[in-house]
Design a protein around this ligand. Structure first.
Ligand code: CA
Length: 579
């Protein structure tokens, strides 16, 4: 006993003595207010992407200049959607093709690189991207395109543990930044276009050992694991066949591909879920829970405390994967979500009760609004593509023109919320699509969609718009239009600034109150990643990853043609004020 205590004291002394404090849960919990480091995806687990820093502000931002830039190098470029994290003087930044770099945060000097060895047969739906790493203790942890989790030593880049989430040959992959909350590593999974079943997994971040799993398709069993890895049942998600007919729930999609947020006030982790599989909605009558929803999980038990479904019986690939960002409104803890389906939702963070819902894009054809009493959309039935079995040859159902397109009023690019202005800053897009249904049967590792589509521009106007949205009134306070569709995230600061990137290559800053663009910098390739900020020795830094790609050039139809002149890249840029 005494020996054990001595060993513990020595371990603590060692950690303190080296002045290289490891990342604790408490540090992560304080990430939103502590400005010297960036320890989580979202600058805090609530995902507000608000920094209290104000050295760089509306007045001083004109003096913001590059401090350094680093190239990811190699022949591998494609989409770079990563948010860097900063700890102990090091920046950890992931790149396309499941790569991660450790850089000196002050000088940009490369400390180490880890390139995950990817098999030939990976099937990421939407480019070979990665959205960032998590930090815990001495580890930096990220997910890979072959559906693994890799934990590396922050100082050496050596692999400490590695766990497989799912067989990549089923179409599973992983690209979100993991979430560390309540001492657990919480991760999701991608692959909804292949019938992969969504789930949230909780692990011991030090060892990778599973603690619980919670499927996000109704009918699947959740499990918990003891210290020796023994597995036991932890209750079925929902009620078998209540919202799914037949066996379709077995390959029902609803993947948790963007990861989650967490609020220590409610003790709940919020994961968005993707489309139900297949896309052809006539094959799966019913609401198809918990697809296209926000699910709130009690992280202690792995149970779904509440769910709210944004698009019941989805027929447009309106993944509800987007981030649920908690904030205070009228003295209540609530959460905001800008859904792919074009509506912005405000739900009670503790109960899920719908408090407000309004459009944040101009053209929505699939519903006339959201009924605040029932919480359900008022569908436009004729905007659902037809059943192929009703057509003459059974090969193709009636095509419809629907807006938003399946790439969404908003997609993976995370929005920001400012407690100072009480506004959300939402990267949004205006576009539509032709969509029709086709017959389909499930085959492992094959696309499981049963639909065809072409994304269309609505007119010659700009597609993108950064919008400042009042969650209480639903009013768009201001917007900055952008010719190409916006695909990068947002940062807002107490300097009354909003930072965001464009596919045309600019990192921009606007006055958070008026929307006046006050600064921009050309990064050399399209920006499809969220910026971050931190300060060291009295200097504020701003960083963003640059590298055009992601889903738009791959899936964008007529819009892809409009942006085909944009060049790929792969670098991280860091800025500070000129002295
Ligand atoms: Ca989808």
């Amino acid at each position: 006993m005494r020996l054990k205590l001595l060993a513990t004291l020595m371990a603590i002394g060692f950690a303190a003595g080296t002045a290289q404090a490891v990342v604790t849960q408490q540090m992560i919990d304080n990430d939103a207010s502590e400005t010297k480091e960036v320890l989580s995806w979202g600058l805090g687990n609530q995902g507000q992407r608000f920094s209290p820093l104000k050295q760089v502000n509306v007045q001083s931002v004109k003096k913001l200049v590059p401090a350094w830039s680093f190239s990811f190098g190699g022949e591998k470029q494609r989409g770079q959607e990563s948010q860097p994290v900063i700890h102990n003087g090091k920046m950890f930044v992931t790149a396309s093709y499941s790569r991660i770099y450790a850089l000196d945060a002050k000088s940009g000097a490369k400390l180490w690189k880890y390139e995950h060895r990817l098999p030939e047969g990976i099937m990421p739906c939407c480019d070979v991207i990665n959205r960032g790493a998590a930090l815990f203790d001495n580890l930096v942890i990220f997910m890979t395109l072959d559906a693994q989790i890799v934990a590396l030593d922050q100082n050496t880049g050596d692999v400490v543990w590695k766990e497989k989430i799912e067989d990549y040959a089923s179409g599973a992959s992983a690209s979100a930044a993991p979430l560390v909350a309540g001492g657990l590593l919480l991760t999701g999974i991608s692959g909804g276009e292949f019938g992969v079943v969504g789930r949230v997994e909780a692990r011991n971040p030090k060892t990778g050992q599973l603690v619980w799993t919670r499927p996000t398709v109704e009918g699947h069993m959740g499990y918990k694991y003891d210290k020796d890895g023994n597995k036991s049942e932890n209750g079925i998600s929902g009620t078998l066949n209540k919202s799914w007919a037949g066996d379709l729930w077995k390959t029902g999609g609803a993947t948790t591909w963007l990861g989650g947020t967490y609020d220590s006030k409610t003790g709940l982790a919020y994961f968005g879920t993707g489309n139900p599989a297949p896309w052809n909605s006539h094959l799966r009558k019913g609401d198809n829970l918990f697809s296209c929803s926000t699910v709130a999980l009690d992280i202690k038990t792995g149970q779904i405390k509440w769910h709210y479904q944004n698009t019941p019986n989805d027929a447009w690939d309106f993944d509800g994967a987007n981030e649920f960002v908690t904030f205070d409104m009228d003295g209540k803890r609530v959460g905001g979500k800008a859904d792919r389906n074009g509506f912005f939702y405000v739900n009670d963070a503790a109960t899920g009760q719908l408090l407000n819902a309004f459009p944040f894009v101009k053209k929505i054809t699939w519903a006339t609004g959201i009924d605040l009493k029932t919480g359900r959309p008022n569908f436009v039935p004729e905007n659902r593509a037809g059943d192929p079995t009703a057509s003459a040859d059974g090969a193709k159902g009636k095509s419809v023109f629907a807006a938003p397109s399946f790439l969404g009023g908003k997609n993976q690019m995370p929005m920001a919320y400012s407690p100072a202005t009480k506004l959300f800053y939402v990267p949004s897009n205006e576009w539509g699509m032709e969509i029709w249904n086709e017959p389909v049967t499930y085959k492992k590792g094959a696309a499981y969609m049963g639909a065809g589509f072409t994304i269309k521009t609505l007119n010659d106007n700009p597609i993108g718009a950064l919008r400042a949205i009042n969650p209480k009134t639903g009013k768009i306070e201001w917007e900055v239009p952008n010719n190409a569709p916006l695909w990068g995230g947002v940062l807002t600061t107490a300097g009354n600034l909003v930072f965001w990137g464009t596919p045309e290559g600019f990192l921009k800053a606007a006055d958070a109150t008026t929307g006046k663009v006050v600064w921009e910098f050309q990064t050399g390739s399209g920006v499809v990643a969220p910026p971050v900020t931190w300060d060291v020795d009295g200097e504020q830094f701003v960083a963003v990853v640059s590298g055009w790609g992601g889903a738009v050039p791959l899936w964008g139809g007529d819009v892809a043609k409009r942006v085909s002149f944009l060049e790929q890249g792969g670098s991280v840029w860091v800025f500070k004020l000129m002295k």
